[in-house]
Design a protein around this ligand. Sequence first.
Ligand SMILES: Cc1cc2nc3c(=O)[nH]c(=O)nc-3n(C[C@H](O)[C@H](O)[C@H](O)COP(=O)(O)O)c2cc1C
Length: 176
Amino acid sequence: MNITVIQGSPRSGSNSAKVAQFLCDSLNAKEGVGSKVISLRELDFPNFDTGLEIPQIEMLRTTLNDADGLLFVFPEYNGGMPGAMKNALDYFRPEYNLKPMAAATVSAGPFGGLNAWHAFHSWALYVGGIVLPNNLKVSGVGNLFDQAGTPTEEHFNLNYPKFLEEFQWLVGKIQD
Ligand SMILES: Cc1cc2nc3c(=O)[nH]c(=O)nc-3n(C[C@H](O)[C@H](O)[C@H](O)COP(=O)(O)O)c2cc1C
């Protein structure tokens, strides 16, 4: 089972990038799962233009098509998804149809990116994704990891294993 983690923060030194890598590593520790992180920041898509042909668009198209499931990890920016993330995702449409999707939303504050989750959920249903109802809300992200990169927050440590398990279950059901 191939689960691609899409990291949606455009910021250098992003906290979401750390969460994305941690969840990817956790997926890779599971039997029968292979995962990699795609950072939209690194792909650096220009503002959308129909028919634009650049190698990173083709690369992401292949990645989206090949993935059995897509795990999006991104911060809340001013009550929604980062604009740069939405811009990059809008280059594609049929690639999302009937694709299992899940989201981990990230905030420095206490609400775990709740508004970003709602924005994502509307978008994901619109483009035809099969969205895991459970969303991993990652709050207080600035203090989540210790020096060794181990998460120290009680709620995160309680919630992320169940979240990943449920997503693995969903992807498996769609594969059947
Ligand atoms: C442009 C911008 C808007 C933001 N808006 C919100 C917000 O609406 N709600 C929130 O909880 N945090 C907000 N934050 C703070 C992020 O939660 C914080 O940067 C966190 O580290 C996750 O983003 P990152 O992955 O880019 O680091 C915002 C940050 C930026 C740069």
